[in-house]
Design a protein around this ligand. Structure first.
Ligand code: HEC
Ligand code: HEC
Ligand code: HEC
Length: 431
């Protein structure tokens, strides 16, 4: 009995302690609206390019809505979370936030009132942003037109709707604090690491997450992840790219949204590329240097040659015809390919060879299914690389057969096992 009482007492103390600790953030006083003229032009311009790298406008603007007024729905495994109004409006936006309050939100994930923010807002990355960059982002946002737009209710079930619990998540997974350069690396690498780990939050999509929705560390970093129906391929040594990435190819992909040896940026990467459009070449090169530093560069020339000769070998001729059409998934898929795809994807066509696309050689069929179903709406800088949607004219079985064929014909990787189920899951209203 004595033991039981002691254990209960200890538990009670732990609960009280956690509660007190979790509620340690207090409100930061509201400020009077700052006149836009209080910020200097250079800082505002610097802020504009940083905001672009951070993709703030994409997440904080709902489709068709006013810039930065929030309301975009983000689907997480725990329910839907809506972004908030970050225009300098005083009642529904951040017009009363001091630089101190703004910095605390980016570094610690806590809002001006002291409430925890959900990590759907990637503050676990933004924490790495330097003070002067945060000040520039603040200057840019505080000089945007104020918009009245109240918060949309999140659709999170218990216990995820209890914001205080985020403090536990932070304790386990948030390493708060600005980026500290690695002295064993040069400036370019460190600049790339700063942008990728921090503002660019590339790992938010490209790093696998654990059951708490936190990014895994060490070797799993940048190992690829599927989110909101798109697979972000591995950017580390597990990259599925048939032709190993080079610095030039990464710069092309990020700035132009397309590279001849890799194809076009699609899906969730489109918005990233659109906001990176203003990235300086120096910063693009820095990102490339950092990303390449954990890719497998061994025998790159040989692998490139082999991949290109394979691509040539499997390409369909200028007047494509199905060679064999036995009644198998692959045979039926090939017939469909010849009928509706080969015209644009034959040898000599302007598009990047399918055999070089990570969409075809990656470990996950989500992207290929979606691209055939919904087409490609490419980034602004690669507008001529759009592909029509074919979903309307294909049954689920025809689509699955086509995906099976494309995978087995245009890559040397093992076939995907769950294609038919996944197609049915992704197109529930179709047969
Ligand atoms: C991946 C989407 C995403 C990106 C990118 C993003 N945010 Fe957010 N942000 C959110 C969501 C979602 C919330 C609301 C979180 C919540 O309700 O707990 C939020 C909340 C905030 C808040 C708190 C506002 C308030 O009223 O409580 C600030 C400040 C903020 N974001 C600033 C930024 C800035 C600056 C950037 C760019 C550097 C940015 N965000 C990029 C999704 C995003
Ligand atoms: C009207 C022309 C056209 C047709 C028809 C067409 N595509 Fe495409 N497709 C494109 C273009 C343009 C691109 C982007 C080209 C590039 O990356 O260079 C593309 C890209 C792709 C990619 C690579 C996507 C990526 O993320 O890199 C795949 C896979 C693909 N198409 C599959 C198909 C399949 C399967 C069909 C038949 C259902 C098809 N396409 C029909 C024009 C077409
Ligand atoms: C919102 C999610 C998201 C973010 C953030 C994101 N990516 Fe991506 N990325 C994707 C998706 C999805 C794809 C695959 C789509 C496609 O076919 O282009 C992709 C593709 C890529 C590819 C092509 C990989 C290959 O093998 O074809 C590269 C390189 C890349 N991303 C780099 C980056 C870098 C660098 C950043 C940070 C500046 C970044 N991404 C941020 C979602 C994201």
């Amino acid at each position: 009995m004595r033991y039981l009482i002691s254990i209960l007492l200890v538990l009670l103390l732990v609960v009280i302690g956690f509660y007190a600790w979790a509620n340690r953030y207090s409100e930061i006083a509201a400020i009077k609206p700052i006149a836009p003229s209080a910020f200097d032009k250079t800082t505002i311009n610097k802020g504009a390019s940083l905001v672009a790298i951070g993709d703030c406008a994409f997440c904080h603007t709902k489709p068709g809505g006013k810039s930065f007024a929030g309301g975009r729905k983000l689907d997480t495994p725990f329910g839907a979370i809506f972004s908030t109004n970050i225009t300098p409006e005083t009642s529904t936006g951040i017009g009363t936030w001091s630089l101190l309050a703004f910095t605390r939100a980016l570094r610690k994930g806590v809002d001006r009132s002291g409430s925890y923010l959900y990590p759907a807002f990637p503050y676990d990355h933004f924490t790495k942003i330097k003070d002067d960059d945060i000040a520039a982002i603040y200057a840019y946002l505080m000089t945007r037109p104020p918009v009245t737009a109240p918060r949309s209710e999140n659709a999170l079930s218990f216990p995820f709707n209890v914001r205080t619990l985020v403090s536990g998540w932070n304790l386990l997974f948030l390493r708060a604090g600005a980026y500290t350069p690695d002295p064993s690396r040069d400036d370019q690498w460190n600049r790339g690491a700063y942008l990728v780990q921090g503002l660019g939050h590339c790992g938010a999509c490209h790093t696998p997450r654990n059951i708490f929705g936190a990014e895994r560390r060490s070797s799993a970093r940048y190992a690829g992840e599927t989110l909101e129906g798109w697979h972000a391929p591995a950017l580390n040594a597990a990259s599925p790219a048939a032709v190993p990435w080079t610095a030039n190819a990464i710069v092309n992909f990020l700035l132009d949204g397309w590279d001849g040896d890799h194809g076009v940026a699609a899906g969730a990467m489109t918005a990233v590329v659109d906001s990176l459009g203003t990235l300086s070449e120096d910063d693009a090169n820095a990102i490339a240097t950092y990303v390449l530093s954990f890719q497998d560069q061994s025998q790159a020339a040989e692998r490139t040659k082999a991949a290109k000769s394979f691509a040539q070998k499997v390409a369909f001729g200028p007047s494509p015809s199905a060679q064999t059409t036995p009644d198998t998934a692959e045979g039926r898929g090939e017939a469909t390919f010849v009928r509706i795809c080969a015209n644009c994807h034959r040898a000599g066509a302007r598009s990047a060879p399918l055999a070089l696309s990570s969409t075809v050689s990656g470990p996950d069929p989500h992207n290929l299914i979606r691209i055939i179903d919904k087409g490609i709406q490419p980034p602004q800088n690669a507008l001529d690389r759009s592909m029509p949607a074919f979903g309307g004219g294909l049954s689920n079985r025809e689509l699955a057969d086509l995906v099976t064929f494309v995978r087995s014909h245009f890559s040397k990787k093992p076939s995907w096992s769950n294609v038919a189920d996944l197609v049915a899951e992704m197109r529930p209203s179709r047969q």
